[in-house]
Each structure stands twice: as structure tokens, then as C-alpha cells.
Ligand binder design. Structure first.
Ligand code: ADP
Length: 403
């Protein structure tokens, strides 16, 4: 073979070899890069897995904590899911009704109603599980307060939680307190009546002449005694309301007649105080109402008494009675131009012993029981009671009674 030819081939081989070499080098680099990339991905994946594991352990911890809270919660809890199926309960709830978890979980309302011990609760809960707060007396020794809460998650209802609170002890204490007030009030009534009649006899001169000065003092004492009798009577009415034995003499009566019976003596009080008084009634005859007239008189009296008391001399009290045929009800209103009720205190007007700051300033006497009694009387007759008032301008109280 000629020398030149050999050299040419070698050179060609060398070129090829160096090409292969270069390619290998690039391939090797690429391999290295990919290996590194995979190693990084693996590391990232491991990190993710590690984070997921931590999150899982944390979530489990949280779940266990929540479960422990629910299990040990001192009130009974029943959780119904979106389909109103019972999805969890705690031991306290199961104890109240003597239930086994396996027999109730996953059951719908209808199936739960078939369990005798659960029936009273299911009746309170109804079809929609919407109870604001209700008492449930299961036995003499077990009274529960039942309330429900809608549980929302991201604006979607996820279920309903029923909370059962044992209020047996509170009920016993409340009953004992009511009994005590009732006994004390009854015991006080007799001597107060005796004082009243003795003072009346002295004031009427039945026990001999009395001087002007003696009369002044005795009249003051008579007034204080009368207020004490009113307080005792109010307290007795409140205890009767609390014991749920308030209305006992329901009869079909003419409401105008009842109102006039109360209003006539009040006109005199208004006149003495120089408060203009009027009473407007419908011209046409109105249907009778089924009421305990003594109690309705008490409610009317409390409203008018307040209107006169909280209105200064020169003011005005307008009482009106209307009848709505369409709504089949009587609307009674007492409007005064008196001191009004401060806006921030208006929410508490119908609660026991409430007296507004301006009323205490204007009229030192008062029990704060009159409106509580009035509201209970009206509501016991399926009526409504409400008011509108502007401090310094006047107040109007309204109530309705179905005919
Ligand atoms: P009392 O009049 O014995 O204080 P009530 O229960 O009758 O108790 O009334 C509660 C409170 O409501 C009063 O103390 C007073 O603050 C307010 N109130 C009731 N009626 C009127 C009224 N007509 N005008 C202004 N305030 C009133």
C-alpha cells in the first residue's frame, strides 16, 4: 500500500475517533446533568413526602384532640350530617338516652324516632332540626336544655350539632327560690292587710279624732303600706308565672268592659296629677275575647299606671282600643307624652326588676315587675306586646288579643 494512502486513512480514522470522543463527552455531560436532576427531584420528592407525613401526623393529632374534646365534653353532643343522618355522638349524649353507639350511628330521623328513649328529643327536634333553645323534661330527675347549631364550612352547611345541657340542678334551685318567694310573700300579705285596715280605721276617725299633723304622717304610712302590698302582689304574680300556673279562669268577656273597670279609677289618679286622660273605643260592637279577665285587667292597669306615672303634670295619656276584623284581633294602645325610655335600655324593658335610669330619677317608687307581668299575661293569651318610645318625648305601648 502506498505510504500516502495509509497516512490519509489514519488521519480519517483519527478525525472519526475524535468525533466519537466529543460525542461521548457531550453524552456523558448530559448523563451527569440528568443524574443530578433526578437526584434533585428525588430530594424534593423526599421533602414533600416528609412534609406530607408531618402534616398527616399533625392532622391525626388534631383529630384525636377534637375527638377527645367531644368524648369528654360535659354536655351531650349529637352531630347530624347534611342528610340529617346521625354521624357522631359523645358518651354524655348516649347516657342521657341509654343508647349504644352502634344502634344509632348513620340512622336517619325517622329511624331514630322509632327508639322509645329518643322519641321525646326527636319530637322537639322536628323534621328540620331547628331548635333555638327548648327545655326537655325526661324524668323528675333529668331536665335538659336542647339547642341546635347549624355548622357551616366555607359557606356550605355541613351539618347540625345538637347540644344537650343538664339543667336539673338549676331547675331545682329555681323552684326552691320561687317557693321561697311565694311563701314569704304570702306570709307578709296578712300582716300588711292588718296594718292597712287599722290605718284606714284611724284615718276615718273610727278610733277618735286625729290632728292634721297625725293625719299627714298616717297618710304617708298608709301610702307606703299600699306600695308594699303592691310589691307583694307583683311578686306573687311573678312566682305564679314562673310556676306556670298563671291563667286559671278563662271566660268569654267583653274587652271594653274589662278596660273600663280598670280605667275608671285611673282617671281619678290622672286628674289629681293634672295629666289629660282619654279613652277611645270603636263605635261598632266588637267580638268577645277569651281571657282571664283579672289578669288582663292587671296588664292594662300596669300600662296605664306607668303612662300616668312617667308623664309630668300638664302631659297627656291617650288610651285606645281598636278591632281588626281582618286580623281577628283587638289592638290596645296606651300613648303618653312622658319621659320616654332611653334607646340603649329599651331591650331590657320587659325583663324582671328592670327600671330605666330616667325612671328612677323621675319616680323613686317602682318594682320593675309590672311590664314583666303584662308581657306574660298577653303572651299567655296568644297576644303580642311591644312599644315605641323616644326619650323626653313619650312612649306608646301596644298589645293585641285574638278574638
Ligand atoms: P315600674 O314601673 O314599677 O318601675 P314596670 O315593669 O312597669 O316597673 O316598668 C319597667 C320600667 O320601664 C320602668 O321602670 C320604666 O323605666 C320603663 N317604663 C315603663 N313604662 C314607661 C312609660 N310609659 N314611660 C317611660 N318609661 C316607662
Amino acid at each position: 500500500m502506498p505510504k500516502n494512502q495509509n497516512k490519509g486513512r489514519r488521519q480519517k480514522e483519527e478525525v472519526e475517533l475524535s468525533g466519537i470522543h466529543e460525542r461521548r463527552k457531550t453524552e456523558l455531560k448530559e448523563l451527569e446533568r440528568r443524574t443530578k436532576e433526578i437526584a434533585e427531584s428525588r430530594k424534593a420528592l423526599m421533602n414533600i413526602l416528609e412534609d406530607a407525613e408531618i402534616a398527616r401526623v399533625e392532622a391525626e393529632g388534631e383529630r384525636d384532640k377534637t375527638l377527645a374534646i367531644i368524648e369528654n365534653f360535659p354536655e351531650g353532643l349529637l352531630f347530624f350530617d347534611q342528610k340529617n343522618e346521625l354521624s357522631s355522638t359523645n358518651p354524655k349524649a348516649r347516657d342521657f338516652f341509654d343508647l349504644e353507639r352502634e344502634n344509632i350511628l348513620g340512622k336517619d330521623l325517622e329511624t331514630l324516632r322509632e327508639i322509645p328513649s329518643l322519641l321525646p328529643l326527636m319530637e322537639i327536634l322536628g323534621e328540620e332540626l331547628e331548635v333555638y333553645q327548648k327545655e326537655l323534661k325526661l324524668t323528675e330527675r333529668l331536665v335538659l336544655k336542647v339547642s341546635t347549631i347549624t355548622i357551616m364550612s366555607a359557606e356550605e352547611k355541613v351539618g347540625t350539632l345538637v347540644i344537650l345541657r343538664d339543667i336539673t340542678r338549676e331547675k331545682i334551685i329555681e323552684r326552691l327560690k320561687t317557693e321561697f318567694v311565694s311563701i314569704a310573700a304570702h306570709q307578709l300579705r296578712t300582716p300588711l292587710s292588718a296594718i292597712k285596715w287599722t290605718l284606714r280605721m284611724i284615718l276615718d276617725g273610727d278610733l277618735g279624732e286625729i290632728s292634721q299633723e297625725q293625719r299627714k304622717f298616717l297618710e304617708g304610712t298608709y301610702g307606703s303600706n299600699e306600695r308594699m302590698i303592691k310589691l307583694i302582689n307583683d311578686l306573687l304574680n311573678v312566682t305564679r308565672i314562673e310556676e306556670g300556673r298563671f291563667l286559671y279562669n278563662i271566660q268569654s268577656r267583653d274587652i271594653i268592659e274589662i278596660a273600663e273597670g280598670v280605667i275608671d279609677p285611673m282617671k281619678e289618679i290622672a286628674k289629681r296629677k293634672k295629666v289629660k286622660f282619654s279613652f277611645k273605643t270603636p263605635k261598632r260592637e266588637i267580638p268577645k275575647v277569651k281571657v282571664d279577665s283579672e289578669k288582663v285587667s292587671l296588664a292594662i292597669q300596669n300600662l296605664i299606671d306607668n303612662a300616668i306615672h312617667y308623664t309630668k303634670s300638664g302631659g297627656e295619656v291617650k288610651v285606645s282600643l281598636r278591632y281588626s276584623k281582618k286580623e281577628k284581633q283587638i289592638l290596645f294602645s296606651v300613648k303618653d307624652s312622658g319621659i320616654g325610655i332611653p334607646k340603649e335600655q329599651q331591650k331590657r324593658v320587659f325583663t324582671r326588676f328592670f327600671r330605666a335610669a330616667n325612671a328612677i330619677r323621675a319616680e323613686t317608687e317602682g318594682t320593675g315587675l309590672g311590664l314583666f307581668i303584662a308581657r306574660n299575661v298577653i303572651e299567655a293569651h296568644q297576644g303580642k306586646i311591644w312599644f315605641e318610645s323616644v326619650e323626653g318625648k313619650g312612649t306608646t305601648f301596644y298589645f293585641t288579643l285574638p278574638t
